[in-house]
Ligand binder design. Structure first.
Ligand SMILES: [Zn+2]
Length: 197
């Protein structure tokens, strides 16, 4: 059987998180059934995505402008930095409306078995921010997994040299980083009940 355009699309779509072969097939047929302009718009957005969206040079989250709207917002509390694993965690926390400080995206967690060491993450940039800006608190918002705990412990150690408060969320972020799964009540309790470490 030869591979046609439909098979190629199904194969690409099934690489997305949470999308199996079956749903990829449904999506592909849906696109095929819809007006061709839909496929055109989808293709255009995908093709231009990496040109339009960059990482904020300050916090590392995805943005069209640099610095991002959060870092550029003078009405936010610039003395508190919430450290998260991934850019999508910023969105989850923003949705909860519980936090009015700034963020720092690590770009992953320390995982020696997968070859991810502190040097692969944006820990140096975080240290520079704490050093240069008048930061009084760093909130560690990584999830309570082995990698999350390892990373939090490492950050606690390296942040000791600064005279700042380091806290950790009482319970982790909603798993999946998807707004649909975000339990806002849990998240807001987690922020209010953050623990000094
Ligand atoms: Zn930013």
């Amino acid at each position: 059987m030869s591979i046609n355009a439909l098979d190629r699309l199904v194969s690409l779509l099934s690489k997305l998180p949470g999308v199996g072969k079956k749903s990829a097939g449904r999506m592909a047929y849906h696109i095929l059934d819809a007006d061709p302009s839909y496929a055109g718009m989808l293709a255009e957005e995908l093709a231009g995505l990496h040109q339009a969206i960059h990482r904020c040079s300050v916090c590392g989250s995805f943005t069209e402008s640099d610095p991002c709207p959060i870092c550029a917002d003078s009405s936010r509390d610039h003395s508190i930095i919430c450290v998260v694993e991934r850019a999508q965690d910023v969105r989850v926390i923003e949705e909860s409306k519980e936090f009015r400080g700034l963020f720092h995206v690590l770009g992953g967690l320390i995982a020696p078995l997968e070859g991810i060491s502190p040097g692969n993450l944006t820990i140096g940039q975080l240290m520079n921010r704490v050093r240069k800006d008048s930061v009084r608190e760093v909130i560690l918002a990584m999830n309570p997994t082995i990698e999350g705990d390892t990373t939090a412990l490492y950050l606690q150690k390296v942040l000791k040299e600064f005279n700042i408060e380091v806290t950790r969320l009482a319970s982790g972020l909603p798993v999946g980083g998807d707004l649909e799964y975000a339990d806002r009540l849990t998240l807001s309790r987690s922020f209010r009940g953050r623990i000094k470490v």
